[in-house]
Write a new protein. Structure first.
Length: 299
């Protein structure tokens, strides 16, 4: 747009709705005009001048009476200014004002959600990042929101943007990636502390996307891959160590039992199956090996 601001369809719809007269005002105006027109026609049959005067006066009075009727929805509150001075807070529902000298501004008290535009910042370890988020807030004090700040939505958005940049600038990249919730709460505390003076209450701030340079993404990908390979190597080494301990324990058990080795050998031969292609050759019988061992001990 020409003023550099983004087009907001919701804001345009709200402005159109605010500029249109309410159904109640239109119905009252039409009814009063119809009654005035009937009275003017009836009077004009005998006194034409009086008929015209009654018609003009009736239209003016009908417009003033219709303008004095206001309707606020359940989630709205109306600030009444009389000759520019704060008078009262009205609504929800039907209420009346003094035409011409009273002016009403309706304020939405529901929780409002706004996008925090993409903010560029530099972390404490000098890494450029771009962050966007979401801001949730509502009007807790209608009088302060209207009387103390010109545009509370625009003001709280600027406050959220600056607070987000300040918090991100005081953290490292690793903290930024791993502690999103803590960062959001910290930004919320800063914004809520300032916004309370304007009659606003921050319900929450959530970080959405964190963008980093492409070369940094590649480096982090390689680092993650190396970390996974490191964990795989450590796991394999631990498995080999455990297997070696079990084999050593099994060897000690077999050495303590004279017939354990023969049983293990027979079990291995039996496990080969009856296939003719499996040929087992025992070069030195186990008995001869045991005889050699006994002779060695005697010697």
């Amino acid at each position: 747009m020409a003023n550099g601001q983004d087009f907001d369809p919701g804001r345009q719809i709200r402005l159109i709705q605010a500029s249109m007269p309410s159904f109640v005002q239109g119905a009252v105006f039409i009814t009063l005009v119809a009654i005035t027109a009937g009275l003017a026609v009836w009077t004009g049959q005998t006194h034409p001048a009086w008929g015209v005067a009654i018609g003009v006066t009736g239209v003016v009075l009908s417009a003033l009476i219709a303008a004095s009727i206001k309707v606020a929805n359940q989630w709205e509150r109306g600030i009444v200014l009389r000759l520019g001075e704060f008078q009262s807070i009205r609504g929800p529902g039907l209420f009346f004002i003094v035409p011409i000298i009273d002016r009403v501004r309706l304020v939405d008290t529901r929780v409002l959600a706004r996008d925090i535009p993409r903010q560029e910042a530099i972390t404490r370890d000098n890494v450029p990042v771009a962050i966007n988020g979401a801001l949730f807030f509502k009007v807790s004090n209608v009088e302060d929101a209207v009387m103390k700040i010109q545009d509370y939505v625009h003001a709280i958005m600027l406050l959220a943007q600056t607070a987000l940049r300040d918090v991100v600038g005081g953290m490292t990249l690793d903290e930024l990636l791993s502690e999103r919730e803590r960062i959001g709460k910290r930004v919320q505390e800063i914004v809520d502390q300032e916004a309370k003076q304007w009659g606003l209450e921050v319900s929450g701030i959530r970080l959405q996307d964190i963008e980093m340079p492409e070369d940094l993404k590649k480096i982090m990908s390689r680092q993650a891959s190396a970390e996974r390979e490191k964990r795989a190597t450590i796991t394999k080494a631990e498995g080999d160590k455990l297997a070696a301990d079990n084999l050593a324990a099994a060897a000690a058990t077999m050495a303590a039992s004279p017939g354990a080795m023969q049983l293990r050998t027979l079990q291995t031969i039996d496990g080969l199956g009856p296939t003719a292609s499996n040929t087992v050759l025992l070069a030195v019988p186990i008995e001869i090996m045991e005889l050699v061992q006994r002779l060695s001990k005697n010697a």
